[in-house]
Design a protein around this ligand. Structure first.
Ligand SMILES: Nc1ncnc2c1ncn2[C@@H]1O[C@H](COP(=O)(O)OP(=O)(O)OP(=O)(O)O)[C@@H](O)[C@H]1O
Ligand SMILES: [Mg+2]
Length: 119
């Protein structure tokens, strides 16, 4: 059983990200959305993920954000399996705008970051 109470703070986040042989299939689907996806992102680098409709770009981000758990493979952040991090502290690292977003009657900052403190 893996520990999943490791705290991570924004200041500790080096930006080192690695997908190792990630595969994932949505329940009820007859084919995998992602199959053996492997890549490394070095700190300070930016990445654009480009692909055909339905090729799995959004799924990749959803797995990174732990909205789903991969069926196989590992996602490492700072060299640590993301499942080992305390979920709440891990979630504070991300501000994701999905393509099917809803704009609420708040400031842009609140729309992106929620009602908490906006830096
Ligand atoms: N909730 C879901 N349930 C079942 N299948 C899904 C679900 N979400 C996505 N899929 C399927 O998983 C595959 C990958 O979808 P995904 O949305 O990740 O692709 P995408 O690259 O982001 O596409 P787009 O360019 O249209 O945004 C597609 O075949 C899609 O139909
Ligand atoms: Mg998408």
């Amino acid at each position: 059983m893996k520990k999943n109470n490791r705290e991570i703070r924004k200041e500790d986040f080096t930006g080192k990200l690695e997908f190792q042989n990630i595969s994932f299939q949505y329940s009820g689907s007859s084919y995998p959305a992602l199959r053996n996806v492997t890549f490394k992102l070095k700190p300070g680098r930016k990445i654009a993920v480009v692909g055909m409709n339905g090729s799995g770009k959004t799924t990749l981000v959803k797995l990174l954000c732990r909205m789903y758990d991969s069926d196989a493979g590992k996602i490492l952040l700072n060299g640590v399996d993301i499942r080992e991090y305390d979920y709440k502290s891990y979630m504070k690292l991300f501000s994701v705008v999905f393509q099917d977003f809803k704009l609420l009657a708040f400031s842009v900052g609140e729309n992106v970051a929620g009602p908490g403190k906006i830096l």
